[in-house]
Design a protein. Sequence first.
Length: 424
Amino acid sequence: MMADEGTTRGLVTRCITDRAHEFLDDFRVLIINGPRQSGKTTLLKQMKHDRGGTYLTLDDGPLRAAAQTDPATFISDGPRPMMIDEIQRGGDDLVLAIKAAVDVASQRSQFVLAGSTRFLSTPSLSESLAGRAAVIEVWPFAEAELSGKPTSFLATAFAEPEALRTGAPSQLSRRDYFELICRGSYPEAITMRSERARGQWYQTYVQSVIDTDIREMARIEEPSNLRQLMALSAANTGQEFNSMKAGSDLQLHRSTVNRYLGLLETVFLVRLLPAWSRNLAARALKRPKLHLTDTGLAAHLLAVDAEGLTARVSPARGPLVESFIVNEIAKQATWSSASLRLNHWRVSQGPEVDLVIERTNGLVIGVECKSTDAIDQRDFRGLTALREMLGDDFVHGFVFYTGPRSLSFGDRLTALPISALWDR
């Protein structure tokens, strides 16, 4: 059944851990990005326990002041690797000091930098550590981690997709899935049994990210506009984002909406899936699809709960189910052995596929997301079109739904219960 809500972050094995150690062994600097309270600090402390070194957090006011005032001295003392948490709060000069230090001493495993923003999105900073640093992302818990079955749907889907057609029926009911969606994945939130307490946590979380992380890296005259955009983003999760319409709704200029949306993406609150095409120029001409990166947060902003999602008419149900599935796959992609690109595909007035997963060798998996217990051939129209277009490059197409059984729908097309993402 559902993952135990009493699970604590100390008992959950993070699937990204081996990748973190691998990259630290091979690079001078390891950068760990991810949302606030997603488990980055726990991972850093575990790495320090495993490898030794120095742990510092720039959430500590005096340490932050020292790092900003004299960054070269700040990083000069202490055993390596030096692990600096919330690195974005140290400013650009701290990153440049680290760059200078690793240029002088080129040995590997010198620094681990954890940040709650994509702080290297500034070209000058990203170029400063080019070739010196590897980047990984730590997201809130994946269901595969919470279930204690850290298998990868993605690995099986590319290597042995037919194997996913077998297996016992899922033990999760439709209501169970809605409970998971509304609970969310943040380590702190999943330990809370009270929906009221969880709602308060999400409210404080959004306020903290906007008032601390975003305001420290950008000049925002009206933070309330960002909160309004977050609410609008929740209402549009699982949909193509139209910045012109959003600007009209919020009474903001389109360029301001795009800037604010970029900030929300920088702090990992939203995910933008580019439009997929084999023609690279065509990708830039189509709108991205927006997903909130945590469905518990989205449900809180939409003021819906599991009971509300079971109602006969629930506009939020389909989009939240889609975002939940996309987020689970995106988390698995962070520890995948293959490099993967995640996109969506839509032909004007034609077929569409919610998620197109492409390997660098050109092989593709398609995923459709349904919030129903029943499934039929019509639900495979987009995947069928993608299969016919790609030929042998199309590995398999999957429709995830809330029903219990894995079902074959012909050549390289399969319906799977949503729990097959972590329970196969």
